[in-house]
Write a protein that binds this ligand. Sequence first.
Ligand code: LLP
Length: 436
Amino acid sequence: MSHFCNKFSNLNIKVKAGKLFLRSFSLEELAEKFGTPLYVVDAERIEERYIEVYKALSKYFAEFNVAYSYKANHSLSVVKLLTNLGAGATIVSSLGLELALVSGVSPSKIVFDGPSKSSEELTQAINTGVGIINAESFEELLLINSIAQNLNCVANVGVRVNLNIRANTHKKISTGLLSHKFGVSSNDLIRFLPKIKKLKNVSLIGLHSHIGSQILSLEPFAEQAKILAKLYSRVIKEFKVPLSTVDLGGGLGISYKVGDSNISYEDYASVVFSEIKSIVSKEGVNFPKIIVEPGRYIVADSSILLTKINYVKKLGNKKWLLVDAGMNDFIRVALYDAYHEILPTRKLNRKFLEKYNVGGPICESSDVFALNRKLPVMKSGELLAILDVGAYGLSMASNYNVRPIPRVIMVWKDKVKIVREKESLDDIIKKEKVPD
Ligand code: LLP
């Protein structure tokens, strides 16, 4: 019996005769063919997750937009896949907006978020006619109004409300409290409403809230939906603003570790629906169109980072596996102390009796993927698979230590394609100019 527990969030990862497979692909063979470090993306898994989200929402909501959050993974092949499936886009930058358009998202399905949008970005969004711009301050609304006035149009806006909700997640990815920088307080929204109503070139159509990421309990989402629905009803009834939309943000987490709770989108949709329904029915206002902005839930468990063990060494009383992937390739562990499952690509039928630290090639002590991780006895030259790296993996990769962003391959049924080449020095320096 191995100590390893075959309980992956992505059920397409399998163990056959002690070796690790993604669908019909041996991960060892993929690493041999394409080199390491290597991101392997399971396109069908992204499709499965998107469809799961879509079906869960369509069961409860008549009108909704699954505006996939590009920040989680903005690879062209990933965003195109999602666009082809019908997803909208949540973007937070000018190039994000262009990428959504290039991938074929219709402007009406684009949601523009962000706490500090520049006036150039707002001009571009208004010119494009994005579905909604979620403003995060009264000053931003004034700016949107004046840009739209110059362009002789009316911009559809939402206001991101800071509902002061504790999301119960890592402090660096928690966004819902008044101590954070996001949104306007409910009181300020109410205070500003008479002024917002006077702005001729903005049309306030919705309220928005995003309370944090990697949230694994339903309570904060229920609270968020309830408070937002109450505000939505109040704004319509008391202030006679004809709101039509409630944007619930993203934030639903995934199970990275055996034992993590696992909330499905179905659970989520059912809870937020009943909260909103009970309030809008009581208040006698129309059920809003719903926007959700999932990132992690759709892409996280689609991808694996394959890395080769360069050295095995003992230092003090610790055994180290020094691998060829670093925090530049995947920063979540270094930045958030995140836990990611790490498995060998073979020997999965052996006992996991050794305890190893797993570190990368970068010259800083935070370049570590795991501490005291149980694995079979490992040798240099063997491979490890870091799981669930599809969200905030490649999108946060960098050239730190003059390292290339690694190669990315995508598998689909029995096919495999390189979707991003490993960078060369030329890629890294091509935008630079050296003065004489
Ligand atoms: N909407 C807004 C306004 C957001 O700020 C975010 C994420 C999302 C939607 C998508 O949230 P998701 O569904 O992916 O939880 N780099 C961190 C995560 C930062 C999340 C930032 N905002 C990590 O690796 O955990």
